[in-house]
Ligand binder design. Sequence first.
Ligand code: IPE
Ligand code: IPE
Ligand code: MG
Length: 248
Amino acid sequence: MTFDQSHDDSAGDPALQNKLHVAVIMDGNGRWATNRGWPRLVGHRKGAERVRELVDACPDIGIRYLTLYAFSTENWKRSTEEVLGLMSLFARYIRREAGRMKREGVRMRIIGDRKRLDPKLQTLFDNVEAETAQNDRVHLTVAINYGGRDEIARAVRAAARDVAAGKLDPDSVTDASFARYLDTRDLPDPDLVVRTSGETRVSNYLLWQAAYSEYVFTQVLWPDFTPQTMADILHEYGLRERRFGGVK
Ligand code: IPE
Ligand code: IPE
Ligand code: MG
């Protein structure tokens, strides 16, 4: 696969580009299927194929960390059929891809509250994380039963337990030390958050981590999203000036 590399220079420091962290709110699967008169789950299945393609393309387009929103703490409101369909899709993806991820240098992590999920799925998550823990070429993180507020609340509970156990001095807590209680403790903050399907909201995604991320909203529905779509978005990102509160 080839990509439009014409923007390489404008994307800035190649060293920085090499560890780019892109987070994606993969939205629009349901509409993509409904537009064709198909069940929503067909859209989710097509969406999973797009994930596979994008993960493969990450080294070529300069993404080191890819963090995907697959199921929110609010998505339990959907029909049982859709929720169960999504859960079995997650299991199938991991079963099918684990070997290849291991060979291709992909380290997979799952963030979110996994305790509420089927124990078999939890075991799959634990195993794929352990099997790929030595990899460092691409860091694929999938958010499942993830909500930014829930993540912060769980982190507060963990920190409070450490205070109660005498392991943490409350007055020593800084934003950096608190972040070590978050699910993303091993990841850099996202440089860029992409949301597909034309919706322009955050929907409880990476509320803490995206404090200074750039946002790109695209009309493309997730099942139509290709590596070239991402390459085009990275071009747009490369033209932005990130100031982090300072002045140029
Ligand atoms: C995103 O697509 C995938 C999940 C939330 C699991 P949607 O299922 O939200 O698709 P739309 O927004 O209904 O089109
Ligand atoms: C956000 O999409 C969650 C995921 C992509 C997993 P939703 O489709 O659930 O978000 P809302 O309900 O439109 O905000
Ligand atoms: Mg949606």
